[in-house]
Design a protein around this ligand. Sequence first.
Ligand SMILES: [Zn+2]
Length: 321
Amino acid sequence: MPNVPWLLDVLRGAGVTVVVEGDWLNRYRPGSFDPIGVLWHHTAATSSASNPHPALNVCINGRSDLAGPLCQALVDYHGVFHLISAGRCNHAGASRGSGPIPAGDGNTLMIGWEIDYNGVNQSMTSAQYNASIAATAAVLTRLGRNSSYARGHRETSTTGKIDPSFIDLDVMRADVAARMSGGGGTWSQIVDNATAGRFTASANWGTSAYSSQRYGTEYRFAEPVAASDPAWFKFNVPTAGNYRVDVWYAANAGYNTAAPYIVATTGGNQTVNVDQRTGGGAWRSIGTFSLPAGDANRVAVSRWTSGTGLVIADAVRLTRL
Ligand SMILES: [Zn+2]
């Protein structure tokens, strides 16, 4: 049954850009479908600006070993939702139980977003993240459930699935909750050291893929020095206001004991020292700051520290509160 015919209106109502893929209302698997939550996936396909949805065809039509449709919607590189099905899909397999989602038939219990990125050396784009938060918040509101009913496939899988990679699911749920409460989460941007046009560092900063805790394919590192040579992350801040700053780095016993993160706030630069020996491989908040509007270098990692060990510059995220 096309049990979620409201999905198109709910997504559009949330401000999500939607492309309807053919006869989505009548494309579904036989069997029961009575969703109580949302399940996040990555497709394992490599997307790009010029090839934004490489897994779309397989998500619609399935594979030789698994009949399509494989998800209710695919989220492309630009954050566009491709609406595939209003009914049951083969995306979840069995659920082992996670949070409030019980053990059982995951395809009955959950609506699935396949977020199109490879999850091996590619993380989800800011556009994919923001659209997924907005869509998940809207669907859970429609279902009358809270943010804990959003899960990652790696949390429910009984077969060792790892998706979605490179994302802290508790932080993602917190952003859904903020969105549902109407407060924060309305704007968020991630800048990685590989984000085109948004990261600058001198040649003194090396490039490494040594730690699997990295965000994306690699990160930058430099020895401490008593001189100004920061790595900058540039953001297009939409409006003046308060923003939470989260940082992501690979942690290692040999990394810096007090890496200075500089935030260029409305009231001048503020510095927060982060011990990069621990707490890596996830978003970590360094506080809330008042920021001016505009597209400018907003957060830096400085090498000028009395801390010891390599200073790491990997990824920074701003979220409007
Ligand atoms: Zn999956």
